[in-house]
Structures are given as structure tokens and as C-alpha cells.
Ligand binder design. Structure first.
Ligand SMILES: *[C@@H]1O[C@H](CO)[C@@H](O)[C@H](O)[C@H]1NC(C)=O
Ligand SMILES: *[C@@H]1O[C@H](CO)[C@@H](O)[C@H](O)[C@H]1NC(C)=O
Ligand SMILES: *[C@@H]1O[C@H](CO)[C@@H](O)[C@H](O)[C@H]1NC(C)=O
Ligand SMILES: *[C@@H]1O[C@H](CO)[C@@H](O)[C@H](O)[C@H]1NC(C)=O
Ligand SMILES: *[C@@H]1O[C@H](CO)[C@@H](O)[C@H](O)[C@H]1NC(C)=O
Ligand SMILES: *[C@@H]1O[C@H](CO)[C@@H](O)[C@H](O)[C@H]1NC(C)=O
Ligand SMILES: *[C@@H]1O[C@H](CO)[C@@H](O)[C@H](O)[C@H]1NC(C)=O
Length: 772
């Protein structure tokens, strides 16, 4: 099976010149054009082709631009009559998507103006965590009630939307700003002052925006900017109001995904449109996943990553892009969406639980969760069945046919998470086999993160540490039958520790970005209740198919929280650039939880590392008044990309502008004026890092540096005092990091922080040191 497909790379040695009024530019780098994964050079596939614009072209009309793009194609139609050109991009890249064979792309590489090509890939939606269902419309914590994001426009790239959902009602909404250029492609006139734009992108062919076949897009949009929806009950216990993070912000929906995933070429087209429409913030809950099969676990470089490329163009148009960090935790080095111009969002739990408490036969109680809480269940003790207990095999997963010799009829069945069977499916199998109830046991990797899911029978989901208690109880019950039951307690607030990093949230370090600390931030992403299309049943049982709210977990749900907060900041600080909004969010994040303890990691219960939480938990109210911000501009990013060692063509595929790395001295990656600090240090070694801050607090501000040194590193800040006479003044400073030979071993990581403290502000940057 292995290597059944040949993989080949083509390389072209190109010395091509591009003439125009500007001086002749000559490239002489090795240019890897594209790989054909299937090893079939005559198969037609969609490719994304980056080209230079012909000289002096800013004013090209749409038709001119399209003709320029078509001039690269062998002819305009395929033998089937289908057009070759899929998209002719306006803003997002200089280039197009087209249906071509590998050989045709290779031939194209010798045409003047060609920069780079890569094959369209399909990216996953980040919903590994099973949606569950509950008929209610209350959500916890509109933390940020003071600010509602009025006038800001959030662009959501996802699976579309269910436009008639009450969360998208426009009662009390102002009309969109005049600059708004978006349009509405619903088949009926369903746009309003909340939903101000809707467009769909699917291989260049028309597609309905109002079909959200997975519910993901509707949920994400509801989290970002859902309108206030007054109360339904949570299991009859709690009443409340549902709303998004920025309930007065407008939404523009770009459908670029179906439930099967999202294609790069469509993502680029969606971002292209969003830039044209002039949204303020982009929310992308799609995994910019590592390139699969061919290159092993090598992540895709930024110049082949549609989300990195698209968000770079968005940044140049002053649009901040928030992207999900991925759901591949707790393993290290899995973070995606990690370009330095992106706000990369990890997930944390809230303090709300839908309690389902397990009581063991010996009286011990263990708190778990379930969204399905049947009042008919009388909580009498049932004998426990533990499929797979002895053989430790796959049967512990309660998959189909897992119960082999074991009689589960009328019993409380223990099932471990995983084994490629969702928790809800486990319940379906247990029920079918006659089981009375189920306890889902986390494995070590899931730690303390549990889900409120719409189980089909009485169930409780327990943490790994509680799973060990049950196992030990089961194990020790040799003389009497082990028994257990479940007590349903409804919605409870005040669970601790909170917030804590969800075990599934993808961790750094980034393998792709040359040392920028990622994720940047964490936000709520476990059991989040928001809008759900009534016609999409997340599960087929508990649903009455009219329910319009649902729980979802994942970094995909954390991301729109940050998009909503960015929209609030865009509203209160219209002149802030994307980098400034990001800086404000990061330098004011909380690194302690509600009990003033370091934010915990639900993987193991210990303190979360910087690779798990970045700057920490977003705090919207402090972000609104950060005191100082770290600015970043295109030329910083170009210098940074040169520092990554990309070729000039590869960089130009991202920047769309002529660049010359030799014009940029000081291209060290650590020189990027980022709001967090991440360095690699030998031993002994000394490194000096320059940073520059802008005063956005008030006139006559004085800040002092406060350092928490990473273990084994001496940190000096010069100057240690920054004085600003006026608002918007800038000051730079140096951070000097020294190791003295007695440091932790190679590959070890050490953490600290730098805070600039005034009488009114604390501007905090985490410091991550990797010893090399
Ligand atoms: C390559 O692709 C072409 C067109 O899709 C197909 O006709 C041909 O059978 C493929 N060859 C191989 C070896 O897969
Ligand atoms: C387009 O070009 C391809 C190869 O370059 C050729 O096989 C095909 O017949 C052409 N189609 C048309 C409609 O000219
Ligand atoms: C479970 O297994 C049975 C028998 O092998 C099969 O008929 C059924 O379709 C399976 N169900 C699922 C959901 O895989
Ligand atoms: C898991 O399930 C999916 C679809 O149900 C299947 O495609 C995949 O091969 C399975 N993986 C394993 C490891 O069994
Ligand atoms: C019940 O059994 C578990 C596992 O052996 C044990 O940890 C717990 O302390 C016991 N509870 C009581 C009340 O004895
Ligand atoms: C935000 O920060 C402020 C000031 O440090 C703190 O009082 C507040 O509890 C934080 N808010 C949240 C929701 O954590
Ligand atoms: C080296 O640094 C460590 C930690 O900062 C410190 O404990 C130690 O005394 C230093 N050793 C020398 C020789 O300076």
C-alpha cells in the first residue's frame, strides 16, 4: 500500500525577465512549481496560479484583468466545454484559479510574469467535537454588554447561513455604513440590517448561500454577532438571552465550505470578495491544515496556504483576520493558522456545566456532563458493564459489535472516548444492545475537558481522573457487583478552574512561522450555545427538528468570540490597524483565572504553557484601553518573510509587490515587532531584541518595565523607563536576554514575561525561550 502512488516534483530553472517601465527584474532562483499528488500529469485539477501584474496596472478593469489571466491559459475551455478559468482574483492575490493538467502548469511556468502555482486543496472545518443539541436559547456571559460593535462588519467564511434564524433578526440595527459594497446573493430578499451581505463560492459555479448543510456557519455567525434573542429555558432551569459577542455588528456571509470541507480556491475567492466589500474583521474557523499525505507532516508554507495568503491581503486593506488554531491538542507543535499577521485563536472552557453526576455503589460522586437530561430517569443504582475491560482492546470504545460476549442489557455501560466512534454514536450502540445508561470515560489526552452532548440515553461524560476512580472502583469490586447511577442536576455555573485551556486546543510551537509564539490568544470554545439551523438536526434523536440553538465545541467556536471582540474594538478605535487591535487584545489578556491562579491546562490540570494559551484568555474590557500598542506594517512582514528564507517569487505570491530581500537588512525573525517575544537561545548566549511601542493611552504617561525572567535566562530592558509626553508618541526599547551556561538542556523551554506598567495600564508580553 505504501508508495503506491509516485510523487514527483518538478523544478524549473527559470531566468525570466519581466519588462515594463520599471527597471528590468531578473530572477534566478530555483522555483519549485507544483507537485502532482496523484502522479498523473494529464489529470485536470484546479490550480492556483500566482502571476505578476503587468506593469502600471493598478487601473486594470475587471475585464482587462481577466484577459490578462486568461492569457496564461492554453485555451479558454476544456474539451468538456467547461471554462478553464475558475476565479480571476481582484485583491487577494495577483493571479487566478484554473482547471489545468500538471503538464500545462509546468509549461506555464516559463511564461513571463508567472510566479508560483499550487494545487487546490481541501481544508477541513474545525468541528471534530460533535455538535449536540438542546432546545433552548440562553447563553452564558455577554461579558461585554457595554459595547455592541455597532456599525462594524464581520465577514464570516464558512458553510453559509440559515438567514431566517432569530439570531439574525435586525430589530434595532442601524443600516450598514455607506461604504458597504457587498451584495446579497440569497435567492429571496433575505438580507437585512444584520445580515448585510451574502455570497457563495464553489468552484466558480453558482451556489446557494442560504444552505448551511452542517450548521457550522450559522453557529459561528451567531457567536460573532448574533442579535439578542430572548429567553427559552435551559432544561427548564435557567432563562436567559442569547446574543453574539458584538450583537450590534453587521454580518457578511461568504459561503466557501460545505460540510465536506473548503477548497483553497474558494477561500481565496471569498476573501477577495470580503476585501472588495470592505468588511472590518474576517472570521475563519477552517483548519489551514498541514499538507497531508505527500510531505508527511510538513506544514504548508505560507505561500501555498490560502488562509495565510488571503489574510495577508486583508491586512493590507486594514482587515484583521481571526483564525482557529486547530483541534489537534494536546500534542505539541500542531497549531495552524499561524502566520504572524493572523490572530490565532485557541479554545478555553467556561464555568458553565450541564451537570450529570455519577454516583458509585460505594457512595462516591463524580461530576460529569450531558446535554440530554431525562427527568424520567430515576437514578437507581445499576450494575456496571465494562466492555473491553479485560482485553484493553478497541472494545473499550463501544463501537459497533463491541459488546461481543458481554451482556449490557439494563446496565450502566462504561465506554472510553475515541476509537473512531463519536460519543453520541457510542450511546446509540449501547442503547441498541439494550444498555440502560452510559458513562463516557476520557482517555489521558482529553484530560479534564468534557462535553455536553445530546446523548440518546441517560449518560455522563467524565474526566480522565474520574475515569481512573471508576476503573479502580470496578477493579476492586470483587466481592460485590459494581454499581453506578447518574443524577442530572441541570445547568450549573461556577465550575472551577475557569477559564482553562481545552485539551483539544492545538498547541504551539508553530513549525512554520520561524519562532513566533502561537496561538496568540484563547477564548471560550467548549460547549458554546449559539444559533443552529432548524432544519439541520445535529443528532437525529433528541431533536424535535425545530430547535434553533445548539452546543458546539472547538477552536472554531472560540474564533468568532475573538472576531466579535475585534469588531467591538474596531468600533471604539476606528483608526487602529489590524496589528494594533491584535496587540491590544494580546497585551491585556488574562493569564490568571477567576481564582487568580495561573490558567490551567485541562489536559493535565497543571498550569497552561505559553504554547497552549499564548498571551492568555481574552479580556474584552481591558483590550479596549491597552495603554501601549505594538505596530506592524507590510515592510516588517516582508523582512520577516525574507528571514524565513523564502524566494522572492514565493514572497511575491503573498505580497503581490516587487520585493528584493537584499534591500532589507536585519531580517531576523525575532525582529518582528510582535506583541509577544519568542527566542531561541544557545548556552551561553546573548540576544538583543528591539521593540517599539506607541502610546494610545493618554498624554504624559510614564511606564516602567517589570520582568519575570524565564528560568536560566537573565533579562535586561533598556531603557527600563518609557516616558511619553503626548498621545501617539512612539518609543523603542531593547530586551537583552543572556544565558550563562547553567541553563536547562537543549530543546527545553522556559517562560517569563515583560510588562510595561504605568499608574493606569499593564502592557504584558509573554516571553518564550527555547534553548538550542
Ligand atoms: C490520468 O488522468 C486521466 C484523466 O483524468 C485518466 O484518463 C487516466 O486514466 C489517468 N491515468 C492514470 C495512470 O491514473
Ligand atoms: C484546448 O487545449 C487542449 C490542449 O492544450 C486541447 O487538447 C483541446 O482540444 C483544446 N480545446 C479547445 C476547445 O480548443
Ligand atoms: C453495525 O453492525 C451491523 C452488523 O455488522 C450492521 O448491520 C450495521 O449496519 C452496523 N451499524 C453501523 C452504524 O455501522
Ligand atoms: C474512522 O472512520 C472514518 C469514517 O467513518 C473512516 O473513513 C476511517 O477510515 C476510520 N479510521 C479508522 C482509524 O478506523
Ligand atoms: C469508592 O471507590 C473508589 C475507588 O476504589 C475510591 O477511590 C473511593 O474512595 C471509594 N469511596 C468511598 C466512599 O469509599
Ligand atoms: C478583565 O480584567 C479586569 C482587570 O484586570 C478584571 O477585573 C476582570 O475580572 C477581567 N474580566 C474577565 C472577564 O476576566
Ligand atoms: C546563571 O544563571 C542562573 C539563573 O539565572 C543563576 O542561578 C546562576 O547563578 C548563574 N550562574 C553564573 C555562573 O552566573
Amino acid at each position: 500500500m505504501e508508495k503506491s502512488k509516485s510523487v514527483f516534483f518538478s523544478f524549473a530553472f527559470l531566468f525570466f525577465s519581466f519588462s515594463g517601465p520599471s527597471p528590468l527584474v531578473t530572477f534566478g532562483q530555483l522555483l519549485p512549481i507544483v507537485e502532482d499528488q496523484e502522479g498523473n500529469a494529464s489529470r485536470i485539477q484546479t490550480y492556483i496560479i500566482h502571476v505578476q501584474r503587468p506593469a502600471g496596472t493598478k487601473l486594470l478593469s475587471d475585464a482587462d484583468r481577466e484577459n490578462w489571466h486568461k492569457s496564461f491559459l492554453p485555451n479558454t475551455t476544456l474539451d468538456t466545454g467547461e471554462p478553464r478559468l475558475v476565479y480571476s482574483y481582484r485583491n487577494v492575490i495577483g493571479g487566478f484559479a484554473a482547471r489545468l493538467t500538471h503538464d500545462e502548469v509546468t509549461a506555464m511556468a516559463s511564461v513571463d510574469g508567472f510566479l508560483h502555482a499550487h494545487r487546490d486543496e481541501r481544508l477541513p472545518l474545525l468541528t471534530t467535537y460533535t455538535p449536540a443539541f438542546l432546545g433552548l436559547s440562553e447563553r452564558d456571559g455577554i461579558w461585554y454588554a457595554s459595547c455592541s460593535g455597532k456599525g462594524a462588519i464581520i465577514g464570516v467564511l464558512d458553510t453559509g447561513i440559515s438567514p431566517t434564524h432569530p439570531s439574525f433578526d435586525d430589530k434595532g440595527m442601524p443600516p450598514p455604513p455607506h461604504e458597504w459594497r457587498g451584495h446579497c446573493d440569497f435567492r429571496e430578499p433575505l438580507c437585512n440590517d444584520k445580515l448585510v451581505g451574502a455570497a457563495a463560492f464553489r468552484g466558480g459555479r453558482p451556489a446557494p448561500v442560504e444552505t448551511d448543510d452542517s450548521g457550522h456557519g450559522t453557529h459561528v455567525a451567531g457567536v460573532a454577532a448574533g442579535s439578542f434573542v430572548d429567553g427559552a429555558a435551559v432544561l427548564g432551569d435557567a432563562k436567559g438571552t442569547s446574543a453574539g459577542m458584538a450583537p450590534r455588528a453587521h454580518l457578511a456571509i461568504y459561503k466557501v465550505c460545505s460540510k465536506d470541507g473548503c477548497d483553497d480556491s474558494d477561500i481565496l475567492a471569498g476573501i477577495d470578495q470580503a476585501i472588495h466589500d470592505e468588511v472590518d474583521v474576517l472570521s475563519i474557523s477552517i483548519g489551514s491544515r498541514p499538507r497531508s499525505s505527500i510531505a508527511g507532516s510538513q506544514p504548508r508554507p505560507f505561500y501555498e496556504d490560502s488562509i495565510a495568503i488571503g489574510s495577508y491581503a486583508a491586512t493590507r486593506h486594514r482587515i484583521l483576520t481571526c483564525v482557529a488554531a486547530g483541534n489537534d491538542g494536546p500534542y505539541q507543535g500542531k497549531v495552524v493558522g499561524d502566520a504572524p499577521w493572523i490572530l490565532t485563536v485557541g479554545a478555553s472552557s467556561t464555568d458553565r456545566r450541564l451537570r450529570a453526576t455519577v454516583r458509585l455503589g460505594n457512595g462516591t460522586e463524580l461530576d460529569g456532563e450531558s446535554a440530554y437530561q431525562p427527568s424520567s430517569f430515576d437514578s437507581t443504582l445499576l450494575p456496571i458493564a465494562f466492555p473491553g475491560y479485560d482485553d484493553q482492546g478497541g472494545r473499550r470504545g463501544c463501537g459497533n459489535d463491541s459488546f461481543g460476549g458481554i451482556d449490557v442489557k439494563g446496565k450502566m455501560v462504561l465506554c472510553e472516548t475515541g476509537y473512531n466512534v463519536s460519543n453520541i454514536e457510542k450511546g446509540e450502540f449501547v442503547k441498541k444492545a439494550g444498555g440502560a445508561a452510559m458513562i463516557v470515560l476520557n482517555q489521558r489526552e482529553q484530560g479534564f475537558t468534557t462535553f455536553s452532548e445530546a446523548h440518546v440515553l441517560p449518560a455522563a461524560h467524565l474526566s480522565f481522573s474520574d475515569a481512573l476512580v471508576i476503573e479502580s472502583y470496578f477493579d476492586s469490586s470483587t466481592n460485590n457487583t459494581p454499581m453506578a447511577t447518574i443524577i442530572f442536576k441541570g445547568t450549573q455555573f461556577g465550575s472551577r478552574p475557569s477559564p482553562a485551556v481545552a485539551s483539544f486546543s492545538s498547541r504551539g510551537p508553530s513549525l512554520n512561522n520561524g519562532g513566533i509564539l502561537k496561538p496568540d490568544i484563547i477564548g471560550p470554545g467548549v460547549n458554546i450555545l449559539a444559533a443552529w439551523p432548524p432544519n439541520v438536526a445535529p443528532t437525529n434523536q433528541v431533536s424535535t427538528s425545530t430547535s434553533t440553538f445548539n452546543f458546539l465545541s472547538g477552536t472554531s467556536v472560540a474564533t468568532p468570540h475573538l472576531s466579535g471582540i475585534a469588531a467591538l474594538l474596531k468600533n471604539t478605535h476606528p483608526h487602529w490597524s489590524p496589528a494594533e487591535i491584535k496587540s491590544a487584545i494580546m497585551t491585556t489578556a488574562d493569564r490568571v483565572d477567576r481564582d487568580w491562579k495561573p490558567i490551567a491546562d485541562e489536559y493535565n490540570g497543571g498550569a497552561a504553557s505559553l504554547f497552549a494559551m499564548g498571551a492568555g484568555q481574552v479580556n474584552a474590557s481591558t483590550a479596549n484601553n491597552p495603554g501601549l500598542v505594538y505596530e506592524l506594517h507590510s515592510h516588517h512582514y516582508i523582512r520577516y518573510l525574507c528571514g524565513l528564507g523564502y524566494t522572492e517569487q514565493q514572497i511575491m505570491a503573498i505580497t503581490q509587490h516587487q520585493i528584493k530581500c537584499s534591500n532589507h537588512h536585519d531580517i531576523g525573525i525575532e525582529r518582528l515587532n510582535y506583541p509577544s517575544i519568542s527566542v531561541s537561545l544557545g548556552s551561553p548566549a546573548r540576544k538583543t531584541i528591539r521593540r517599539k511601542v506607541k502610546n494610545v493611552g493618554q498624554d504624559n504617561a510614564v511606564y516602567f518595565a517589570e520582568i519575570e525572567e524565564p528560568a536560566g535566562v537573565e533579562v535586561e530592558v533598556s531603557p527600563y523607563r518609557l516616558e511619553f509626553d503626548r498621545l501617539y508618541e512612539r518609543r523603542h526599547f531593547y530586551v537583552i536576554l543572556t544565558t550563562n551556561g547553567t541553563t536547562p538542556g537543549k530543546g527545553q523551554v522556559s517562560e517569563g514575561q515583560l510588562s510595561w506598567v504605568s499608574s493606569k495600564h499593564v502592557v504584558r508580553s509573554p516571553i518564550s525561550v527555547v534553548f538550542s
